[in-house]
Ligand binder design. Sequence first.
Ligand SMILES: [Zn+2]
Length: 174
Amino acid sequence: MPQTPSATNPPSLKDRQRTELIVIHCSATRATMDVGVQEITQWHIQRGFDTLGYHYVIRRNGELQNGRRESAIGAHVRGHNANSIGICLVGGVDDNNRPENNFSNPQFATLTELVRQLKQRYPTARILGHRDLSPDKNGDGKITSNEFTKACPSFDVTAWLEQQDLAPQVASTT
Ligand SMILES: [Zn+2]
């Protein structure tokens, strides 16, 4: 893995000890906004991060871009950065900045392929959306929409994984 210092790989980045979660995000930008690693890196540096918080960015046209190196601790989800990989789909809000699943087919195709590869490298990691890490306020063991602190990534990752046949295999008891 390249370790050459760059805008997305500053010397301050440290490597994770474990990878238990693969977290899917959106950039919360409109479908017409064609941004990528370069712009998001600038936004996150302005917010005080060392570089962009994500490990991967998927542009509107489906292009996969590398963010932080995959082994580094990210900055994309409070409380879970030390054990997770962050993927950002560009898009996710409508013209009024409300959550909207407006991702393109090429974006979903790239996400499918990336998740497939990450599952091979981290077979025990759970794959979920940022909003699924919201606190379980009523303690029923499920994170429901009324408990979401964020809408990110503006779609139901669990349902999507099932459609892609990427959902965890449940051992059959019969
Ligand atoms: Zn997010």
